[in-house]
Design a protein. Structure first.
Length: 331
């Protein structure tokens, strides 16, 4: 992932502007020449994007951690011109600002869209992650699990129920099941096991019936393939596109990603795992379903047993499949 180098800022900080002046230099001249890094007299960091005469202005006071306005400025001895000014309000956001600068530079270089549109899109992507970049990558298992949940959300649930369906996604909030409605719940499981539907169940309560309605299990069989079209960042982008016209829905979705431990800061790493979706199936979890619950024991689990994690094999349970395609799902 392209980012502004720290040396760019440290060299600017050696100069001390006064009054309302900025000191500035091009941020990524090898990619685009109209993106500048700047520091004001208070030491705050700014990204400046030179606007072409026909381009629209942009003003935004709602994005977390930054203030955006369009100003007439003189930069680097150039004639006075209009710039989109992105001011970083908090030092904790400096690392994110560097990544934002890299994405804006790429967008300006690769797209014919207006600068204001590119900036607006990049800021929307980062607003929920401002100052919260995780220090560690999600594990492979965590990535697969999140991929499966978002696949179910974006391919099965939202197309049938609309953007408000995102509020049924409860996995990141550590609810019992990954998706919960008033009359049903769905647990989502992913596997890359070459022998088929071999799934790991985390605890004896995970497959217990909800207090109201039915319980289903959604199984996704995945295979890592270098040439596969799917990866976690692209799936998240597709889901965000489905929700973009519903501010509450997109905010909830982004909150869920952050709670799950996902950050765009690691997109390059997450993009390297390409996944082919080999099979999806929705199972009814009933008395025939292989599972361990509290009712499996006469008086509960033996004393001293803290946790029960087990593996099930659904290869011979086709009679419990209620849907293999979204249009077949009973919701």
């Amino acid at each position: 992932m392209i980012r502004i180098e720290s040396d760019t800022w440290s060299n600017l900080e050696k100069i001390h502007p006064t009054g309302e002046k900025y000191v500035a230099r091009r941020g990524l001249p090898e990619i685009i020449e109209r993106l500048y890094c700047a520091i004001d007299s208070l030491g705050k960091r700014h990204l400046l994007i030179l606007l072409n005469p026909e381009e629209d202005e942009l003003h935004d006071e709602t994005s977390r951690g930054v203030a955006v306005e369009t100003l007439d400025l003189v930069v680097q001895g150039q004639p006075s011109a209009r710039y989109i000014d992105i001011e970083c309000k908090e030092p904790s956001g400096y690392s994110v600002l560097d990544l934002i600068g890299g994405e804006i530079a790429e967008g300006l270089h690769n797209s014919k869209r207006q600068a204001a549109e590119i900036v607006r899109q990049v800021l929307a992507k980062w607003r929920r992650f401002w100052g919260q970049i995780p220090q560690h990558l999600m594990s492979r298992e965590e990535q697969l699990g999140l991929f499966a949940e978002i696949w179910f959300l974006s391919k099965w649930v939202i197309p049938k129920q609309g953007s408000k369906a995102v509020f049924s996604w409860r996995g990141p909030w550590k609810s019992r099941n990954d998706f919960e409605w008033n009359d049903k719940s769905v647990e989502v499981k992913a596997t890359t096991n070459t022998h088929g539907r071999i799934l790991r169940i985390n605890g004896i309560r995970q497959l217990e019936e909800p207090e109201n309605g039915s319980l289903y299990l959604f199984s996704v069989i995945l295979r890592e393939e270098a040439g596969a079209a799917n990866n976690l960042p692209s799936l998240i982008e597709n889901c965000s596109e489905l929700l973009k016209d519903d501010p509450d829905a997109i905010t909830y979705f982004e909150d869920g990603l952050a709670k799950a431990g996902y950050s765009p800061a690691h997109e390059d790493d997450y993009s390297s795992m390409h996944l082919a979706v080999l099979e999806t199936a929705l199972y009814m979890v009933n008395q025939d379903f292989p599972r361990i619950t509290r009712s499996s024991f006469t008086v509960g689990p033996p004393v001293g047993i803290e946790e029960i994690i087990y593996v099930i094999n659904l290869n011979t349970y086709n009679h419990l499949i209620v849907a293999t395609q979204p249009y077949q799902a009973p919701f």
